[in-house]
Ligand binder design. Structure first.
Ligand SMILES: *Cc1c(COP(=O)(O)O)cnc(C)c1O
Length: 345
């Protein structure tokens, strides 16, 4: 925590706003929208909840297909299942480890000819680094496909002068305990579309029609953030810059110590932006380095140091056994050889 979170939480207690909604929620949303450079923001109970509403709000429903990054945490794709839709997984490129824009463009062009365009695209910004958004936005705009950005891991990153999460139709962030700033649990949906955000607030509070009695014409969710946790968020916003610099220093220290070993390659920083290095990740080539990733991970574990393999690509998850995939070799290789080092600030 920084220095001001407790004051905001105290304000919530002093004014007896121990509730979902309240002045901290309003303040957090306004301050967050300004921080990331988006017109509107809605605070939610989690990043997953924000992504679920994003999919519903752009019209994803039963039986629809959604193109989705494969190399990511499961929560990028589970909301697609909540909507009864089918993910189609797209492989990574080597320069950002994120969705390969050439594969995405080719897949959409192919589907356009077959008259089976996807209902949406969900792109992740992995480990604090933006995906290469421009070609993705261009192809999605051309075919009027909504682009949803999962920026849960990339708050504070840069893509050509803008923050990833704010360039597509809508974007989501997470304030789970392990993210770069945290409210212990929480999320945010952002968009420049005022109606979309207004509708998300409606859905997140049980979709109550404007009537004095409780009337409902469609179903909603209980997805709004509490006023106490939003207070933590308001304080955390003030330390985001420090947190990004601290994460980058972790990375630089690891790189200075390990970067010259043969067979060690750090996750590259793509030329189009600046990563937060939320996690420091590298790959180990056993032929050059002498031992493989698992040997290193297990010997660290024996010393009580927790390092983890890079995300297992979703197209390899048993849950998605019968889902379509586009490519896959790059993310499989990153999973096979990739290691995330301890990266806390
Ligand atoms: C953490 C995370 C989420 C989910 O956020 P929660 O707030 O934990 O629901 C989604 N996508 C990615 C890539 C994440 O790392």
């Amino acid at each position: 925590m920084g220095n001001t979170e407790q004051q905001y939480v105290k304000d919530a207690f002093d004014t007896n706003w121990i509730a979902p909604l309240g002045p901290n929620v309003d303040g957090f949303e306004t301050e967050f929208a300004e921080l990331v450079g988006s017109d509107y923001a809605a605070a939610t109970v989690s990043g997953t909840a924000a992504l679920h509403m994003a999919l519903r709000l752009v019209g994803v429903g039963e039986g629809d297909e959604v193109l989705c990054s494969s190399l990511t945490f499961i929560a990028t794709a589970t909301p697609i299942l909540y909507q009864g839709a089918k993910p189609v997984f797209i492989d990574s490129d080597r320069s950002s480890w994120n969705m390969d824009p050439e594969l995405l463009v080719a897949e959409i062009e192919k589907r356009a000819k077959q008259n089976r365009l996807p209902k949406a695209v969900v792109v992740v910004h992995l480990y604090g680094q933006s995906a290469d958004l421009d070609p993705m936005i261009e192809i999605c705009d051309r075919y009027e496909i909504p682009l949803i950005e999962d920026a849960a891991e990339a708050l504070g990153a840069d893509y050509k002068g803008r923050m990833p999460g704010t360039l597509g139709r809508c974007g989501i962030y997470s304030f789970n305990g392990n993210k770069i700033i945290t409210t212990s649990g929480g999320g945010m949906l952002v968009s420049n579309d005022e109606l979309l955000i207004a509708k998300s607030r409606f859905l997140a509070t049980q979709a109550r029609d404007p009537a004095p009695h409780y009337q409902h014409s469609e179903y909603g969710y209980n997805y709004r953030m509490s006023n106490v946790l939003a207070g933590i968020g308001r304080g955390q916003i003030q330390v985001l810059g420090d947190r990004v610099e601290a994460r980058r220093r972790n990375f630089e220290r690891y790189q200075a110590a390990l970067g010259d070993f043969p067979g060690i390659e750090f996750m590259p920083e793509a030329a189009f932006g600046r990563a937060t290095r939320w996690l420091t990740a590298l790959t180990i080539d056993p032929e050059w380095f002498g031992v493989d990733r698992e040997t290193i991970r297990l010997s660290l574990a024996a010393k009580q140091i927790e390092a983890r393999p890079v995300w297992k690509p979703l197209h390899l998850q048993p849950l998605f056994d019968n889902c379509e995939r586009v490519g896959g070799k790059v993310s499989e290789d990153l999973f096979e050889r990739g290691l995330c080092l301890p990266s806390g600030v």
